[in-house]
Design a protein around this ligand. Sequence first.
Ligand SMILES: Cc1cc2nc3c(=O)[nH]c(=O)nc-3n(C[C@H](O)[C@H](O)[C@H](O)COP(=O)(O)OP(=O)(O)OC[C@H]3O[C@@H](n4cnc5c(N)ncnc54)[C@H](O)[C@@H]3O)c2cc1C
Length: 490
Amino acid sequence: MKIVVCVKRTASGELNPFDACAYEAALQIPDSEVILLSMGPDKTKEMLLNLTRLGAKEAYLLCDGAFAGADTLATAYTLSLAVKKLSPDLVICGRQTIDGDTAQTGPSLSVAADLSLITNVMHIKETAGRLVCETRDMGVQTAEYPALITVERINHLRLPSIRSKKGAVIRWTAKDIDADLSRCGLKGSPTRVLASFQNEEGKRKCKFIEMTELSEAIKQGLEKERQHLNPIQQSERKLRKVWIVGEAPRSFAESISEDITAIDKEDFMKAGDTNRDFAVRFTEHIREWQPEVILWGSDVWSKAVAPQVAALLQTGLCADCTALETDGEKLYMYRPAFSGNIVAKIACMTKPQMATVRTWEAGSAEVICALGKGAKNVVHDVQALVQRKNEVAAKGKSARWDIAATRLAVDAEMLSYDRQVGITGKSVNSAVYIAVGISGAVHHIAGMKQSSIVIAINPDKKAPIFDYADYGIVETAEDFMNFLNKEMYA
Ligand SMILES: Cc1cc2nc3c(=O)[nH]c(=O)nc-3n(C[C@H](O)[C@H](O)[C@H](O)COP(=O)(O)OP(=O)(O)OC[C@H]3O[C@@H](n4cnc5c(N)ncnc54)[C@H](O)[C@@H]3O)c2cc1C
């Protein structure tokens, strides 16, 4: 099988972590010829050359001034030309890059290169004849070849052996792939970053409290529940013809429009349909009715389908917006970037203007107890506690609890990857986030800072997590657990 793996050198000069997993996944497929493909500046060559030592005989670098400044649509177009030229059976991409952080390029590329698609792959189960994969939130999915999959953080990229040889890196310019320059780089990008700001969001003034005050802090968080979801500012002028896919983006839509139509995705689905079938049918409807704006939620389904619709319509899509604004003509979309350190203000030059917005996941827990490496001795106790809390919650008496983890906790096998919160895990926005034994690295903060109330428990008063917490308890995880157990059985 011929496999193309798309890899990106991130802004910090490293291989994007999800792409490392994509490469390893390809190398593990028996009898495969693996080819690396990257679009980027000249310095990407060095990274590709090193990567060829692991098994890919060849790497292609799409490198041309005309490719610079590309958004996801222009990137997908450019990559698709190379993919078509290489004609693989399978393309593997990482779920998302950690700098761009949109998760859009894979799905858009699948449309541009006419490949069937499975996103958020946790495990490749079968490759013979057709592709069968277990996904993160959408069960087992099947695709016919040629196909594209995007993978989660499902493995660790092997290291080169001392004897491994470097392969070849072949540079392709716009001419080599016969690119239409009006569709490449900044010129071909319908979304534009208008401004960027330092993002102080997430920083909180921490009040240090005693363990005995914990219940009160949790109660306060639950009372404040869901107000935290972006206190949405109303724009004075409004846009017409705004569509929302499902009800989740409604409050965002109401901030920019009084003319809102909710789309029920079931109206566009037939039994046995793939996401692509939906995307094609919905695109026809959009062409007919020409809405100004379409807003999607941030669930896994929306994030897989919206980029396909954008690619079919050749329009821009801004990912994970936390606020919207309008002057009555244009839609301005605000989204965090670079682990949330920066907020970018983005506009879309084409119609419809589309965005996925950060929404609350239906049925998600109100209290999340997240464990870091410092909580290694209390994992089972916390699991039991969460179970007991949920037994009470099932009787309708109290809030639902859930458990989460840092990446180091996942790597130490304390909890499974689907629990990981952060830039290479998932984002959560619970009413109360209790961070136990977590240091507070930016990569983790990026996934939890939308929580209403954050309570941090760490014996190190200088731990950065306290800068992102409303309440701090300077205690060990063990003391925390002893206290809760006593309180629970009191
Ligand atoms: C590209 C990239 C992507 C990443 N993505 C993610 C991501 O998605 N999510 C994520 O979480 N991380 C991610 N990381 C890793 C991140 O940078 C941190 O290394 C990680 O979040 C730290 O995990 P931790 O807080 O559990 O462990 P540590 O940083 O080791 O902190 C452990 C904490 O436990 C405290 N402690 C020690 N003993 C006790 C005790 N008895 N009781 C209570 N506390 C105690 C210590 O004071 C310390 O603050 C990523 C890193 C990179 C480079």
